[in-house]
Design a protein around this ligand. Structure first.
Ligand code: GDP
Length: 424
């Protein structure tokens, strides 16, 4: 059976934890889009890991982890992360990297940084991992597939062609040093050798695995609202984090996907720029930020404070719908136990009119939240193992959200550790 785990919102919903938990009962975990730009935090018996590029199954020794062709493959980041995981005591993970995956180049990262600098206050809040220039090149057809790194003539020719464009940008737009072809060629050849043991025809591997009825998890990065088509364009990422893209970016047949698990937090959090209707500021925000996640709401990749706010039913209903979610996992329920009452955004107000549907970005920027307030439960809930044993107001909170987002909430997470999970 193939299951997809995706974010219903802006990312950082806790997908890593859900994947790590479900990985324990899976054969294969696949990353299908994005790159080393996000972070998935997982906490299990080996310790705490902030994974960026590796699939969240790396801590389960029986799992084969696959980096699909849809991923932005930063080879250095990949090798570094494998070393880090192993140095924390995890047995050498089994990883296959698609020979079709395209390779993040040093100029992608450089241009991402220089472009954000150039944009100044209009910057996108990029993590500066090269993602936008990388996907730009992929679709402009000047990217390099991993397999092309093993053909010296092709590699040299492709690099020379790319550098014609990149060096013009570097020198004349950003006023930086150009990149030397020979140095880059040598670097990429070295990296290609180091990653060689992991390279595979993952399409073939996964097709066979699907036929054999293996349990496969497809792990998304970020969330619906960062999708280039259905998100808050242009404050989006450059590859689709939608479950609809999962079979493409992973390389499995569409029909094989039986479950789509959309992950959402019991409140909202958002890293990066863009409209965020229920955003909190001041002391209220600071309190929630401090209590959220496993160590406060700070970006796993950048350490930046995450923007936080109340649960947004309009955004999450839309987020689940565009994912085609068959069920929802609600994380961070334990975080809200300090509140007397909890505001929940049930609709937006736009130009004096009520809006129940998540609008396009120019309209969203003008929307104000309409809140209803639910009673809090004023106690810690970590350690509670069954949903039925949760305080009544906590159960009511979950039931209310479920009705609003129109998708069954089957998992409720009340702590960052793998085993802190209740099923409904
Ligand atoms: P991802 O990118 O969707 O995998 O999310 P992140 O890992 O970046 O962010 C989720 C944060 O919430 C991390 O700090 C997790 O450790 C934490 N987390 C996940 N589930 C829970 C939970 O139920 N309770 C608490 N307190 N933290 C959680």
């Amino acid at each position: 059976m193939v299951r997809t785990i995706v974010g219903a919102n802006w990312g950082d919903e806790g997908k890593g934890k859900i994947t790590d938990m479900l990985a324990a009962e899976s054969d294969i975990v696949v990353r299908f889009q994005g790159g080393a730009n996000a972070g998935h935090t997982i906490i299990n018996d080996y310790g705490r890991f902030a994974l960026h590029l590796l699939p969240s199954g790396v801590c389960s020794p029986n799992v084969v982890n696959v980096i699909g062709p849809g991923v932005a493959l930063d080879i250095e980041a990949f090798l570094r992360e494998v070393d880090e995981v192993v140095s924390q005591g995890v047995p050498q993970p089994r990883i296959l990297v698609s020979e079709r995956a395209q390779v993040m180049m040093p100029y992608h990262i450089a241009i991402d940084c220089y472009e954000e600098e150039r944009l100044g206050k209009n910057s996108f809040g990029s993590t500066k991992s090269g993602i936008a220039p990388f996907y730009g090149d992929k679709y402009q057809k000047i990217g390099l597939q991993l397999c092309q790194l093993y053909d010296p003539d092709v590699l040299r020719e492709k690099l020379a062609h790319a550098l014609d464009i990149k060096n013009a940008l570097l020198e004349h737009l950003y006023h930086k040093e150009p990149i030397d072809l020979e140095t880059l060629y040598q670097k990429m050849t070295d990296l290609a050798e180091r990653i060689r043991p992991y390279v595979a025809d993952t399409d073939d591997y996964l097709m066979k695995a699907v036929k054999e009825g293996k349990n496969i998890l497809l792990e998304g990065q970020l969330g619906t609202l960062r999708d280039p088509d259905h998100g808050i364009y242009p404050m989006v990422t450059s590859s689709s984090p939608l479950a609809g893209f999962a079979p493409v970016g992973a390389g499995v047949p569409v029909w094989s996907i039986k479950e789509i698990i959309a992950v959402t937090k019991a409140y909202s959090s958002c890293v990066g720029a863009g409209p965020f209707t229920t955003e909190l500021f001041g002391d209220e925000a600071e309190e929630l930020r401090k209590r959220g996640g496993d160590r406060g709401e700070y970006g796993a990749k950048t350490g930046r404070p995450r923007r936080v706010g109340w649960f947004d039913c309009v955004a999450t209903r839309y987020g689940c719908q565009m994912q085609g979610a068959t069920q929802v996992a609600l994380t961070n329920m334990d975080v809200l136990g300090y509140l007397d009452e909890i505001p929940v955004c049930i609709a937006y107000e736009l130009d004096g009119k009520r809006l129940d549907r998540f609008p396009v970005t120019p309209k969203l920027e003008k929307c104000k939240p309409i809140y209803t307030t639910l009673p809090g439960w004023k106690c810690g809930t970590r350690g509670i193992k069954r949903f039925e044993d949760m305080p009544e107001n906590a159960r009511r909170y979950v039931e209310f959200l479920e009705e609003q987002i129109d998708c069954p909430i089957r998992m409720v997470s009340n702590g960052p550790r793998r085993e802190e999970m209740m099923f409904r």
